[in-house]
Structures are given as C-alpha cells and as structure tokens.
Design a protein around this ligand. Structure first.
Ligand code: 5GP
Ligand code: ZN
Length: 114
C-alpha cells in the first residue's frame, strides 16, 4: 500500500521512534501523544482496520497482543496499568486506515471510556 502512512513507517520511508519490532509487528510512539506513554502497535502486513481481519490474517491478532505486553514491559507501564484502544471506522474516529492498537499509559486514566 504505497500511500499508507503506516506501511511507509514500517518500510522506514517515514521516520518514527520505534519501541519494539519483530517479524510480524512494529510498535512506535504516536506523533501526537495523549498520555505520557502513547505507542501504536501495527501489523507489518497491510490490514485496513479491525473489519479487514479474516480467516487468512487473524493470526495477526495474537502477534499484536503479544507485542502489546512487550511494549508495556519495555515502557514500564505493565504494573500500574494501561489502556488499549482500537478505533474501527470513521465513525469511531479512525484516521489512519492501517490496523493499529493504541497503548495508553504512564498516568492515571479516567475510568470513563468516552
Ligand atoms: P486513529 O485516529 O486512526 O485511531 O489514530 C491514528 C494515530 O496515528 C493518531 O493518534 C495520530 O497521532 C497517529 N499518527 C498519524 N500520523 C502519524 C505519523 O506519521 N507518525 C506517527 N508516529 N503517528 C502518526
Ligand atoms: Zn498500511
């Protein structure tokens, strides 16, 4: 996906501050953090959103969740807690159409979801 910002970050064409990487996923700091720790975890394969998951690519969910735990460990938020958010579709505020999981932490988060 040539015009996808996150595909370009994965390829190294756009700079990012990487926190973690393995064969399946990359995790990098959000450019506009909303909490002291705000990291995005993305699959290396282009999947537009949660709605783009299917029987052929669903294993990415396991790789992403494994990476989320690693990112929490690396950034030191495992113990205090963190929030994971996936915006799916324009109505939910998704602006980049490459599946990504927001990891938010490093501060006490409001108990309200919205
Ligand atoms: P969404 O609203 O789609 O769930 O989240 C997209 C996120 O990507 C936003 O929090 C936004 O700040 C982040 N973002 C957009 N462009 C870039 C970029 O070029 N680099 C990084 N690191 N984050 C980006
Ligand atoms: Zn992409």
């Amino acid at each position: 996906m040539e015009n996808c910002i996150f595909c370009r970050i994965i390829k190294g064409e756009i700079p990012s501050t990487k926190v973690y990487e393995d064969e399946y996923v990359v995790a990098f700091k959000d450019i506009k953090p909303v909490t002291p720790v705000h990291v995005l975890v993305v699959p290396k394969t282009h999947i537009g959103s949660l709605e783009g998951l299917n029987d052929g690519n669903i294993e990415n969910v396991v790789h992403i969740h494994r990476a989320i735990k690693k990112v929490a460990e690396i950034t030191g938020i495992s113990k205090d807690g963190y929030r994971v958010i996936v915006n799916c579709g324009e109505g939910a505020g998704q602006t980049v159409f490459h599946l990504h999981y927001h990891i938010l932490g490093g501060t006490k988060l409001n108990e309200r979801l919205i």
